[in-house]
Design a protein around this ligand. Structure first.
Ligand SMILES: Cc1cc2nc3c(=O)[nH]c(=O)nc-3n(C[C@H](O)[C@H](O)[C@H](O)COP(=O)(O)O)c2cc1C
Length: 295
């Protein structure tokens, strides 16, 4: 039972995003491009699918919708059979694996992802424990365990695939992830599992400064439209991961519903790029995002 609503990381993140306002620089602006190259793959948008799981209409349709939008897809927990169906869609997919206590479970899932054409793998490193205490938890019947840094290093070294840690929330951890060979991190409080979290978009410039330009930073959690996406990108993110906004449209319309959400967010992002004189993603000037102290 959470008594203090100010400990809710969702609310904290929302408040911070809402406190950011954007300076217009439209004179001479041109219609912008949101194309991006990530890990050698070309996408039409930096808006990507979050590592969802257990979606009622199935995970393959989710991947199909992201493929239709030419957007990067990530998927969360689920067995290899399900991942096989997701990968058979031809979508570009990052598989995010749980921090299972049984380490062979992790190694074998990494191998399966690599052998079956995943574009990247990751581990949601913060999900081994819950919010209320420090005990290793059980998730969907699987015992989880907080991985050591040495174990994480072994997972990264076990595959040729680019490796991501999901749930990193600081410059210190992002740098540690880079040092042990990760390709990038997903900044996420995992739907408030980590309470009182410093908002990722607030932390971003410091994290970017620490890891340099070539380490991938993906912002995840609470991105509700393309304007939020713009704020994250302007503050140093490479990609913006979106989860729950896809769910009702996917249930209602299938893969088209997922594709429509990506297009809607990307349209809003383009609108803001045009209004700030940003002709492409690399041209977004961080100084157009300003903190409104009165909000
Ligand atoms: C139905 C559902 C299932 C999820 N399953 C996973 C999962 O298996 N692994 C994971 O790392 N995150 C999982 N997540 C968390 C999402 O990847 C993401 O971090 C979170 O939803 C925040 O993004 P959002 O605010 O855009 O929804 C799940 C979220 C939802 C809503």
């Amino acid at each position: 039972m959470i008594k203090n609503k100010n400990s809710n990381s969702m609310d904290i993140t929302r408040k911070y995003l809402d406190s950011l306002v954007i300076e217009g620089r439209i004179l001479g602006s041109v219609h912008p491009s949101t194309k991006c190259t990530v890990l050698g793959m070309e996408f039409d948008t930096p808006v990507m699918g979050a590592a969802l799981s257990h979606l009622k209409p199935g995970m393959a349709g989710y991947a199909e919708g992201l493929k239709m939008a030419n957007a990067f897809c990530s998927v969360g927990m689920g067995d290899n059979e399900e991942l096989g169906k997701v990968l058979a869609t031809g979508a570009k997919v990052m598989k995010v694996i749980k921090p299972y206590a049984d380490r062979e479970e992790i190694f074998s899932r990494i191998r399966f992802a690599e052998e079956n054409g995943a574009a990247a793998v990751g581990i949601d490193v913060e999900h081994a424990t819950n919010s209320e205490d420090d005990q290793d938890s059980i998730c969907a019947g699987f015992q989880l365990k907080q991985p050591t840094l040495e174990e994480l290093k072994e997972y990264v070294a076990s595959t040729k695939l680019p490796f991501f840690f999901k749930g990193v929330m600081s410059a210190k951890d992002a740098l540690a992830a880079k040092e042990i060979g990760a390709a990038g991190v997903i900044l996420s409080h995992h739907n408030n599992i980590f309470r009182c979290a410093a908002p990722h978009v607030w932390q971003l410039p410091e994290i970017r400064e620490a890891v340099g330009p070539d380490f991938l930073l993906i912002v995840d959690g609470g991105i509700e439209d393309g304007y939020d996406a713009f704020k994250a990108l302007a503050r140093g993110a490479d990609l913006v991961s979106v989860g729950r906004p896809f769910m009702p449209p996917y249930e209602e319309k299938g893969p088209e519903g997922v594709c429509e959400v990506v297009c809607e967010f990307t349209g809003q992002l383009r609108a803001m790029m045009l209004r700030t004189g940003s002709k492409d993603l690399g041209s977004i000037d961080p100084s157009v995002v300003r903190e409104a102290y009165w909000l």
